[in-house]
Design a protein around this ligand. Structure first.
Ligand code: NAP
Length: 285
């Protein structure tokens, strides 16, 4: 049993046993000797309301939110950060007294990872974003906030890409948003792309990404895949063969967790400790 002084943190989702957040967060908490315990909570959708009712009883100081609750939790919040509002989804919740505030660290985690792991800033850059699902949406908001020059969104379901591009264009007039269906990737001018991001589920085991004209990218382009399992996706392998710089998917996972840690504890996240634990677990042979 947790002692009275020990504050509880956690992650809610359904399923939840696969979550890597307890591993990363507990390693960081132990490293800084902070009086928190981070636990997984299996919360099916039908129990979400009662989970929020029992927050104070559980002594919860904050928690992460994963599939399928990232949008459903909005109904239970007192306030939200500006980027979470724009994304329309929350992955981090902080409980302060009776107030519950939602954040979304996915997009900023991705950007921080680009900066720290690939020394890349999207400001004034042309981006080709594959996918228009939840992760792509968080990334699109961050790219708009960082004043990317242009963001071309390609998606299997064209309507979703168009809707995302239209919404982003209204929010970020300084960035030029375009959309098309994924199959039209040949029509894109690959010679002018600075950053290619795969934010689709393609590239995960058994779900392969079609061969893309990476050879047309400029030599200075960065190829980024947010799929982290496998670590070396076919997209990243192809890019490396062509001598292009690459950025691996674990970075987004790590830095969204590091930013969540900072919201929970108010302390600077020990990123090196979190990274070591995450990579050792994910890619142990
Ligand atoms: P999502 O909301 O379900 O979106 C999935 C996206 O992939 C959609 O754009 C979907 O297109 C596209 N897609 C799926 N299967 C496809 C196929 N067979 N052919 C073409 N397009 C396909 O999922 P998400 O949360 O955005 O996650 C997307 C990927 O990012 C997953 O692999 C996930 O593991 C990874 N991810 C990584 C991190 C990280 O921290 N590294 C964080 C979040 C997500 P439609 O719109 O046409 O369905």
């Amino acid at each position: 049993m947790a002692s009275k002084k020990l504050k509880i943190l956690g992650v809610i989702g359904d399923p939840i046993s696969h979550s890597l957040s307890p591993l990363m967060q507990n390693a960081a908490l132990a490293h800084l000797k902070l009086p928190y315990l981070y636990m997984p909570f299996h919360v099916p959708s039908k129990d979400l309301k009662s989970f929020f009712k029992s927050l104070h009883q559980k002594n919860l100081a904050g928690f992460n939110v994963t599939i399928p609750h990232k949008q459903a939790v909005l109904a239970f919040l007192d306030s939200m950060s500006p980027d979470a509002k724009m994304i329309g989804a929350v992955n981090t919740i902080v409980v302060k007294g009776k107030k519950i505030k939602g954040f979304n660290t996915d997009g900023d985690g991705y950007l921080l990872s680009l900066k720290r792991e690939a020394q890349f800033s999207p400001k004034n850059k042309s981006v080709l974003l594959l996918g228009a699902g939840g992760a792509a949406r968080a990334i699109a908001v961050s790219l708009g906030m960082q004043k990317a020059k242009s963001v071309t969104i390609l998606n299997r379901t064209e309507n979703t890409a168009q809707a995302l591009a239209t919404e982003m264009q209204e929010k970020f007039p300084h960035t030029f948003f375009l959309a098309d269906r994924f199959d039209n990737f040949q029509k894109v001018d690959w010679r002018n792309i600075d950053l290619l991001i795969n934010a689709t589920s393609m590239g995960m085991k058994k779900n392969t990404l079609p061969k893309l004209p990476l050879a047309q990218l400029p030599k200075s382009a960065l190829v980024s895949d947010i799929v982290y399992n496998p670590r070396n996706t076919n997209l990243l392998k192809q890019a490396r063969k062509l001598g292009l710089s690459t950025h691996e998917g674990w970075g987004m996972l790590l830095y969204q967790g590091a930013l969540a840690f900072e919201h929970f504890t108010g302390k600077k996240a020990p990123v090196a400790v979190m990274k070591k634990n995450l990579l050792e677990f994910l890619y142990r042979s």
